[in-house]
Each structure stands twice: as C-alpha cells, then as structure tokens.
Design a protein around this ligand. Structure first.
Ligand code: AMP
Length: 302
C-alpha cells in the first residue's frame, strides 16, 4: 500500500564536530520518503525551485518515490543550515531560506487522493489540514510538528490533532505542547488532544510510544560514532509509516515492529552526513540490523 507524505525538500548545509557538508539534498519529506521507500512506494507532496537538479529527481524516482506531487515553482529551492554542538542533541539553526516553500500550498494529484496512509511532516498545521481535506478516506494518519507552530499556531495545531491517529514528536516539543515537564504526563495530555498513539522521540535515548492502555519503549541502536543527526526524526517516521503501510498491521504488535523499523532506519542515517548513508543502504543491511535490534532488546536472552 503506498503512502502520501507532505513536507519540505530543501538543500542543507550542515556542520557537526565530525565535519561539514554544503547544500546537500535534505528536507523532512526527502528523509521520510527515502526511508519509507525501503518498505513501500511513496507519493511525495512538496515544492522545489527551478534550480532543483535533475540528478536528485532521478535519485528519488529510482527509489519508488512518485514525484507527480512535487511542484516546481519559479524561484529557488528552500535551504537550511545548521551547526551541531559537541553534544549533538543540541544544534543551532544558522540560516533558513524558505524561498519557494514560503508560498507552498499543497495540491494533491488525483492519483494520490485515495491514499490510506499519510504522513504530515513538519509544516504549517493549516497546510497539514489542507492535505487531509484532499484525501477521500485516509485510514492511518501520522503527523509531526515543531516548536514554532506550537508557539505561533496552537489553535490550528489542536484542530489538526483531533484528526490524526499517530503523533510523532520529540521530547521538547511534547513538553511544550502539553505544558508538562514529565514525559509520561506529557504523553497523557497529548493523547487527550486526539491522537490514538503518541510517539516521543528522545534522540540517542530512543523512542517511547504511548496509547491509552500501553507503553512501549525502544532504545536507539548503540553506535560508536554519530556523524550527523540531521533528519533522524523524519527518517524514523519514514521507516515506521513505511512498514505500517507495507504490512497493513496496525495492531499493537504491528506498531511495535514498525517502531523498530523506524529506529533501524534512523540508526543508519546518522552514520554519515545528510542522505549519504541512506543512498548506499541496502535492504539486506536493514534486515540484519532489525535482527540485531530484536536481540538487543530480548530480555529473556533466547
Ligand atoms: P530534523 O533533523 O528531523 O529536525 O529535520 C531536519 C530537516 O528539516 C532538514 O533536512 C531541513 O532541511 C528541514 N527543515 C529545517 N527547518 C525547517 C522548516 N522550518 N520547515 C520545514 N523543514 C525544515
């Protein structure tokens, strides 16, 4: 079953304690799509400028990513630049040029409208709702957001949360949105806002999923070196939603397997700058690390 994603396609300039990269392919929709495409075909909704290289289009298309919803507008593709601290859980945004993304109004091609699985990456919650309005009967709706929208568009965000099943956000956003410091209390409050499940990303500490009657936690895969955490959250969401769309299993067990798939993909993306590691990654490597992940968390040591 294919999946629709809406979000940014940007050029990223990234500096970490391990080096830097200039104007590499990035953006939330890009990381999400490439990760999800390991499991299922993806239909992307985004906008780029006329400067977007043919080479990157071909790369995305080579990964079963349908670009009929990628609008090319007069102007430049958005760009983001960030610098990570020695503690790579901390980063500063050095520059953000939205360019054509500033006027983005998602329009879904008719071939996208019967999608059952949809992920609303971090954009204006009004636009996230606009995507939902264009889908005939979406079954599984996931969404992300960020501090900017929590502070500046809370009403729109709260309306959107009444329509989504899975909220996938990081711990700081969960605290800000709920007004609770403790992550368990924060998750309880967020569940009251509408989503059936709240997945809280905690960087190198992994992910916790909350529903009204269960809690499930997985660590991040232990790595000796993290080169660049950019896009790890979107890559996690891509692995998660991609596996859900592939299996069609949205039971608690299906969700848990999908969370591990997301964690596996995220563990690869941080091993190199930008999308470099995902570009080389094979399905065999994904499957091998999934098995390692299962043994990592096997408390009965079978
Ligand atoms: P993450 O590391 O999960 O926060 O995602 C980083 C990605 O989000 C980068 O590839 C950026 O291009 C993209 N990004 C940064 N700022 C924004 C923004 N304001 N809106 C949409 N995407 C953004």
């Amino acid at each position: 079953m294919s999946i629709v994603v809406v979000g940014s396609v940007f050029f990223d300039s990234i500096e970490t304690p391990h080096g830097k990269v200039d104007r590499a392919l990035g953006g939330a929709a890009t990381y999400f799509s490439v990760a999800a495409s390991f499991f299922t075909p993806v239909k992307m909704v985004a906008t780029v400028g006329e400067d977007f290289p043919e080479e990157e289009r071909s790369f995305l298309q080579s990964r079963r990513i349908d670009l009929s919803g990628l609008e090319i507008q007069t102007g430049l593709t958005g760009s983001w630049s960030g610098r990570y601290h020695e503690d790579m859980n901390q980063r500063d945004t050095l520059d953000l040029q939205l360019n054509v993304f500033a006027d983005f109004r998602p329009r879904l091609p008719s071939s996208y409208r019967d999608a059952q699985y949809v992920f609303l990456a971090n954009i204006d919650p009004k636009l996230q709702s606009l995507v939902l309005d264009q889908l005939s009967a979406p079954g599984v709706i996931g969404c992300d957001t960020m501090n900017y929208w929590i502070s500046n568009a809370r009403g729109d965000l709260e309306q959107l949360l009444g329509r989504v099943g899975l909220l996938v956000i990081n711990d700081e956003e969960a605290r800000q949105l709920s007004g609770e410091r403790n992550i368990v209390r924060a998750a309880r409050k967020l569940l009251e806002m509408g989503p059936k499940r709240v997945l809280i990303k905690r960087g190198e500490y992994g992910v916790i999923q909350f529903s009204s009657d269960s809690i499930f936690a997985v660590p991040a895969f232990p790595l000796e070196e993290v080169f660049d955490p950019t896009g790890a959250g979107d890559t996690f969401a891509g692995g998660l939603m991609g596996e859900l769309a592939r299996s069609g299993d949205v039971s608690e067990a299906g969700l848990r397997r999908a969370i591990v798939c997301g964690s596996v993909l995220a563990s690869f993306v941080v091993e190199d700058f930008g999308m470099r590691r995902l570009k080389k990654l094979t399905r065999e490597e994904v499957d091998r690390r999934y098995r390692q992940f299962v043994s990592l968390t096997d408390i009965e040591a079978r």
